[in-house]
Design a protein around this ligand. Structure first.
Ligand code: GLU
Length: 448
């Protein structure tokens, strides 16, 4: 059996870290077994879905390096859904109901008042042809419910282990609304069957859907037609709050464009959150796939803390080679060559922070000078002409000899005068980039 999984976003917004985690689990699961990944665009809601969001989601996944082998849109499959509907009606699984929302609400209130669970009473099943005709003559159009078996549905969940749902405690799900539009439940099953999906990995908010869907899979595809299922606990905020996709900073677009976070920082965190493995920065999907196992997921919600993301991002940035970032540095107007990059990268949390360090070269820098005589002596000892990687040690050696200062007393005033800051990249690299003329001016107290 070739493993085939799918990630099925709705293009009604951009994806956020919660969606990415589901996509990543599918990709890692497939990768680990030489399987295939399908990107299904769940755009049956024609009003809320847009081509821009669809493209945005594809761009986000591509940026993350989460690739798919096939993709298709549900909106191109309405014929298949109609055919499935006809088969289910024919076989007696799908039945028309005429209650309005208000009528259903009233029924539920009565049930609750009687201490009963608010499960649909299947009144529509006992309507006669004449009663149905009368309702339709009133102008009512039916919505359609799937008749659950009433029995116990069991499956071995890839994350949760042995699982079951008593369908007698669940209302027969509405698959088609009165306006003819499809809820997500049926199209998903039709497509999973047609695409030959072997494993469904999704959030645990879908567990109840899964029970109904297992029965729909069997109604359409025969016994055993349902893929294996895995439901992961959801991602929550660091204080346990619900993540909403409106939290722009947690959208992939926000992380990329506003936060300048590296894709592998996002993936490294999401692959490990809520598992028994330590969270570490990994530089490739392959490395993440090697220790990925759905069984390592805990049953409690995984907490997403942006501070973890920054920590991982910094780790990745510290290991980035000049050739990997050259173009980005140029776009930031902060490409000062390989030596500069190597000197500053350990000071960065994000690549774009490089611009702050580049400012030490371009200025203006306001020198911090505590001892003007010392700084003047140092200025006088600065070599004439172009400086290079050896200049710093030759110069500070001469300043040491002339002033008797050493260690921190020698280096800190020079750093403060030249950069205005007590910390930063190696001075030996910065000095030649700052240049003798600017260095002299700063040592003399001029903002340059
Ligand atoms: N479009 C559905 C969602 O985003 C897909 C769920 C599924 O994976 O079956 O919730």
């Amino acid at each position: 059996m070739t493993v085939k999984v799918r990630f099925a976003p709705s293009p009604t917004g951009r994806i956020h870290v919660g969606n990415v985690r589901t996509a990543l689990m599918n990709v890692l699961f497939a990768r680990g077994q030489g399987g295939q990944v399908v990107l299904r665009i769940d755009d049956t809601d024609l009003e809320r879905s847009t081509a821009e969001y669809e493209q945005g989601i594809k761009d986000d996944l591509t940026w993350l390096g989460l690739h798919w082998d096939e993709t298709f849109n549900q909106s191109h499959h309405f014929d298949q859904y109609e055919a499935a509907k006809a088969r289910l009606v024919e076989a007696g699984y799908l039945y028309p109901c005429y209650e309005t929302e208000d009528e259903l609400d009233r029924k539920r209130k009565i049930q609750r008042a009687q201490g009963k669970p608010p499960v649909y009473d299947r009144a529509a099943l006992s309507l006669t042809d004449a009663e149905r005709a009368a309702l339709e003559a009133e102008g009512r159009t039916p919505h359609w419910r799937f008749k659950l078996s009433g029995g116990r549905i069991e499956w071995t969940d890839l994350v949760r282990g042995p699982s079951h749902i008593e369908t007698s405690s669940v209302s027969d799900p509405i698959l088609i609304r009165a306006d003819g539009s499809y809820l997500y439940t049926l199209p998903s099953v039709v497509d999973d069957l047609e695409a030959g999906i072997t494993h469904i990995i999704r959030g645990e908010d879908h567990v109840t859907n899964s029970a109904a869907q297992i029965e729909i899979f069997e109604a359409l595809g025969g016994k055993g037609a349902a893929p294996q299922m895995g439901h992961h606990p959801l991602l929550v905020g660091k204080d346990g709050e619900k993540l909403s996709k409106r939290l722009g900073s947690l959208s992939v677009k926000g992380l990329r464009e506003d936060e300048d976070i590296e894709p592998m920082a996002v993936l490294s965190l999401l692959a490990k959150l809520g598992t028994s493995d330590p969270v570490e920065a990994r530089s490739s999907l392959q490395a993440l796939a090697e220790d990925f196992d759905l069984a390592k997921l805990s049953r409690t919600p995984a907490r997403f803390d942006p501070a973890d993301l920054e920590r991982l991002n910094a780790r990745l940035v510290h290991e980035m080679n000049y050739s990997d970032v050259k173009e980005r540095l140029a776009a930031l107007n902060a490409d000062s060559g390989e030596a500069f990059w190597n000197a500053v990268r350990d000071n960065l949390v994000r690549v774009r922070d490089v611009a702050e360090w580049r400012q030490l070269i371009d200025g203006p820098v306001t020198p911090v000078i505590e001892d003007a005589d010392f700084a003047k002596t140092a200025a006088d000892l600065l070599p004439e002409g172009p400086l290079d990687a050896t200049s710093w040690s030759a110069w500070t050696g001469a300043v040491k000899d002339a002033t008797g200062r050493k260690g921190k007393d020698l280096f800190m005033p020079l750093r403060l005068a030249l950069t205005g800051q007590p910390r930063g990249p190696e001075m030996a690299v910065l000095l030649p980039l700052i240049g003798a003329e600017t260095a002299r001016a700063r040592l003399l107290g001029q903002a340059r």
